[in-house]
Write a protein that binds this ligand. Structure first.
Ligand code: 5GW
Ligand code: MN
Length: 348
């Protein structure tokens, strides 16, 4: 009796094993299909049901009336696409009504980080007030302010769906420390707070104000802004880090554009990778006793040379108030204010 039971158990076990193997073979190819389509969707959420319903990035929901687009008429004074076919966003190169309508249905939310350490807190009020007027108006925006003076954060009335979170950071006398910590704090913010709570993130300098629309036209995987000071110059004049010893090194004859450290962004995953890479390169340099020419801006430029941005924002997106407007700049959307360095910067 016992022997018979033992045999039965062995048979059952073998059958179960067989079933498992058969199951594995049936579903293995299906899994490949799922992971393939997941890789194909670079924007938007990836779910296993993408096979049946693809979340098309530019799906038109409304019967929206808008101006007929043309491929033979438009801006001729500027280049609106990079050699790797990323759009360069200029006024007149996009339809804001169309883009807003497309992104409205996706119910996206945008995080924005801004650092206001020491006397830089004085810039925060205007930054936030003008952001309410121009930055992703009508969309969910969550500002994350990092400051050593939380009591001095101004009360700015925000529209529905928009909010502000203040995080305390230790004060620092050295810009190098503030700069290095910026990437680190962006990295941990994405890791600990933003995952599943935001789709896109922008990291912005506080010593600036919005003057015109900055909206859905700026969204992309990895987004960089072209620096207003160098965009007409030969790349040999770009202030890249030129010492091969530094991890921010860009060789002569290399580099696409000179990008701003004062504004960048994109999808959470992309900005996470950027922040963690720049931070570890920054730290590796510190260990070697070297500091890149323009600190994190140099590291950002090195990163963007290797990892090309999928969307490039024209200097309309970070002008400088002291600079006269060039004719190709039809609108200034965001601009750095003129500052009295002696007054605001800690003694270095
Ligand atoms: C900046 C330079 C030297 C020493 C300290 C600072 C500094 C920068 C500071 O004391 N507090 C601070 O919050 N920052 C943050 O870093 C601000 O968000 C600021 O917008 C950003 C970049 O520094 P900026 O704006 O002075 O750099 P530039 O290249 O735009 O002039
Ligand atoms: Mn600045």
């Amino acid at each position: 009796m016992q022997l018979l039971n033992g045999k039965t158990v062995t048979v059952i076990l073998l059958l179960a094993l067989l079933l498992l193997v058969v199951y594995w073979y049936i579903f293995q190819p299906y899994r490949d299909v799922v992971s393939f389509t997941q890789e194909e969707t670079t924007e938007g959420r990836c779910t296993a049901d993408v096979i049946v319903s693809v979340d098309h990035p530019f799906h038109l929901e409304d019967h929206l009336q808008y101006k007929q687009p043309s491929i033979v008429q438009g801006r001729t004074d500027v280049v609106t696409v990079t050699p790797w076919l990323a759009p360069v966003v200029w006024e007149g190169s996009f339809n804001p009504v169309l883009l807003d309508s497309i992104y409205k249905h996706k119910n996206i939310s945008i995080a924005a980080t801004v650092f206001a350490v020491g006397k830089y807190i004085m810039f925060l009020k205007k930054f936030l007030e003008t952001a309410e007027q121009h930055f992703f108006v009508g969309f969910k925006v969550h500002f994350y302010v990092f400051t050593d003076r939380p009591n001095e954060v101004p009360q700015v009335k925000m529209a529905a769906g928009r909010q502000l979170t203040v995080s305390s950071v230790p004060s620092s006398k050295r810009w190098q420390e503030i700069s290095a910590r910026r990437m680190e704090l962006i990295q941990t913010l994405i890791e600990e707070k933003l995952r599943n709570h935001a789709d896109y993130i922008f990291c912005l300098d506080v010593d600036s104000q919005f003057h015109g629309r900055w909206g859905t036209e700026s969204l992309g995987g990895l987004v960089a802004v072209i620096h207003p000071g160098y965009y007409r110059d030969d790349r040999s004049k770009f202030p890249y880090e030129r010492r091969p010893k530094s991890k921010a090194y860009v060789a002569p004859g290399e580099g696409d554009f000179y990008y701003c450290g004062g504004a960048f962004g994109g999808l959470l995953q992309e900005v996470y990778l950027l922040a963690s890479t720049c931070r570890s390169n920054f730290q590796a340099d510190t260990k070697e006793g070297i500091e890149a020419a323009w600190q994190e801006e140099s590291h950002l430029n090195r990163y963007m040379w290797i990892n090309k941005p999928s969307k490039v924002l024209s200097p309309e997106y970070l002008w400088q108030d002291f600079k006269p407007r060039n004719p190709e700049i039809h609108i200034i959307r965001f601009s750095g204010v003129v500052k009295n360095y002696a007054e605001i910067r800690p003694n270095v």
